[in-house]
Design a protein around this ligand. Structure first.
Ligand SMILES: C[S@@+](CC[C@H](N)C(=O)[O-])C[C@H]1O[C@@H](n2cnc3c(N)ncnc32)[C@H](O)[C@@H]1O
Length: 482
């Protein structure tokens, strides 16, 4: 048996390696596990840092595509944090007895077919959350920022904003000195949320411009971009003092150039905070010098489905249909709004994903995000650890590539987010997906972003976010290579 320890927590409350080993040996001794099964058993011990997530405490990673079920590894993943004391044995035994898809046996209610997580229904819930944010906040009595570590977005850190404004002002001054300052000074923020950062940034810029007597402020055109009309509306009050120089633009962060093509090579500064970690993502495994895709299938566990059915007066068999309706029109999908809200929250909390591993050779149509070929990936992974599960951050890579053409030759993109900047970090902790209230959070694969940027002719570097002690945020900064 292979045991993979995928975290570095010494937490005494968490289920540890010795408990797992002792339990497996017990099951072997008692004949619940056959020697042939033991020989091909792979147990991954994770510690999921997000209390709300898409995993059950013990899960089997199924094999998809062409493979020999008798010889391929039996991969079981244990979330040390979720396994309550005394239940490991039962959960492991159950998982081992399944080996194959446990679905019908477990009475799961499926909400989709197997697919890349990137196209999972989970992302439609994420979108619904941003579109109907007020419904959710009203129901919980909390703003979305209260769910963040530290209780507020790093986008509000005044000192960070002041430094960012200072950098922008310096760029303008430099351009002016060289007689290259454009008449209109375009700034774009994507994923504005409540617009708090945009408001603070403009306050600070206006003050600095006055202090230094440069008169740049009236030339600024500040674009607030988001795919949620609701957040664009909520962000208005935050920038009301600057409303004459602001525009509110509905755009998909995956393809900003599509909406803003008239600003190609014109934007001097693009900023995002906590938005890349909220873009569709998928995972792959690098094993035996081969790539495997992880496919997921969203479902509701039987017990949760029964509970939701009772609480919301929706027959269990109608739940998938009602979920689709909810995602289309919101909580009005149910005749009673309060029940509609309960349905949304309960389904979201209960939502889990089954996983299967498919050899890339069995998925010839699956492709890496634009900017990355298979050969390129193999090159990047040549020195990576032997058995590595990691995020492709496809949405973030796509967004990045489709934002660069907007930048003025001297312009820069700044992204404040949670990044994995070294692939080894994937062996040492869980990096999503997690649930934050009604939204999804995934750490962003900064190592891949850097590769894509370099190949596109941009310099990219990460700086620690030094404005909040203990913050896990880093700041990505990219400019066109000279
Ligand atoms: C976690 S919030 C961050 C908000 C704000 N920047 C902050 O730090 O508080 C993510 C924001 O990104 C927006 N967003 C998510 N996916 C998007 C997409 N594909 N296109 C545009 N905006 C998106 C959401 O609507 C939301 O406003």
């Amino acid at each position: 048996m292979n045991l993979h320890l995928n975290h570095t927590r010494k937490d005494s409350a968490a289920t540890g390696t010795s408990e797992v080993v002792a339990t497996v040996l017990e099951l072997l001794e008692e004949g619940h596990l056959q020697p042939a099964q033991f020989a091909r058993l792979q147990i991954h011990l994770d510690w999921l840092q997000y209390k709300q997530n898409f995993r059950e405490a013990v899960t089997v990673m199924h094999r998809g595509g062409e493979h020999d079920a008798d010889t391929s590894p039996m991969e079981i993943r244990v979330d040390s944090r979720q396994v309550a004391p005394g239940v490991l044995r039962n959960l492991l035994q159950e998982a081992m007895s399944h080996g194959g898809p446990e679905s019908e046996a477990a009475g799961r209610i499926y909400l989709e077919d197997s697919r890349s997580f990137r196209t999972s229904i989970a992302w439609e819930f994420n979108r619904l959350y941003w579109q109907r944010l007020k419904d959710w906040e009203r129901a919980t009595g909390k703003s979305y920022e209260q769910a963040l570590p530290g209780g507020q977005s790093d986008g509000r850190q005044v000192e960070a904003i002041s430094d960012s404004v200072g950098d922008f002002w310096t760029l303008l001054k430099d351009l002016e000195r060289q007689n290259q300052l454009p008449q209109e000074l375009f700034v774009l923020e994507i994923g504005v949320g409540m617009g708090a950062r945009a408001g603070l940034w403009l306050d600070r810029f206006c003050a600095l411009d006055q202090e230094r007597g440069t008169n740049y402020y009236p030339r600024v055109r500040f674009l607030l971009g988001d795919y949620s009309l609701a957040t664009l509306e909520y962000s208005r009050p935050a920038v009301k003092k600057h409303i004459d120089i602001c525009s509110f633009i509905a755009l998909d962060a995956l393809d900003p150039i599509k909406t803003l093509s008239f600003l190609r090579h014109k934007i001097l500064h693009v900023h995002s905070t906590n938005m890349y970690d909220n873009l569709p993502d998928e995972e792959v495994v690098w094993r035996d010098n081969r790539i495997f895709w992880i496919q997921v299938r969203a479902y509701l566990p039987a017990a949760d489905a029964a509970r939701i059915s009772k609480a919301c007066d929706v027959p269990v068999t109608d739940i998938p249909k009602m979920v689709n309706r909810l995602l289309e029109i919101g909580i009005e999908a149910l005749p009673d709004r309060a029940k509609g809200m309960t349905f949304w929250m309960e389904v979201w909390h209960a939502l889990r994903t089954e996983e299967r591993l498919v050899d890339a050779v069995d998925m010839p149509d699956a492709s890496f995000p634009a900017g990355l070929s298979s050969a390129h990936m193999e090159d990047i992974l040549r020195n990576a650890p032997g058995d590595l599960r990691f995020h492709l951050s496809s949405g973030a890579l796509e967004s990045f590539r489709n934002t660069l053409p907007l930048l003025h030759p001297r312009g820069y993109l700044q992204v404040q987010d949670i990044f994995v900047t070294d692939l080894n970090e994937y062996c040492m902790g869980f990096h999503g997906p997690g649930k934050l209230d009604g939204s999804i959070v995934n750490w962003v694969n900064g190592a891949l972003l850097r590769e894509v940027a370099e190949r596109a002719g941009y310099d990219l570097h990460f700086a620690p976010f030094r404005y909040r002690p203990g913050s896990k945020t880093s700041v990505l900064y990219t400019t066109r290579r000279e």
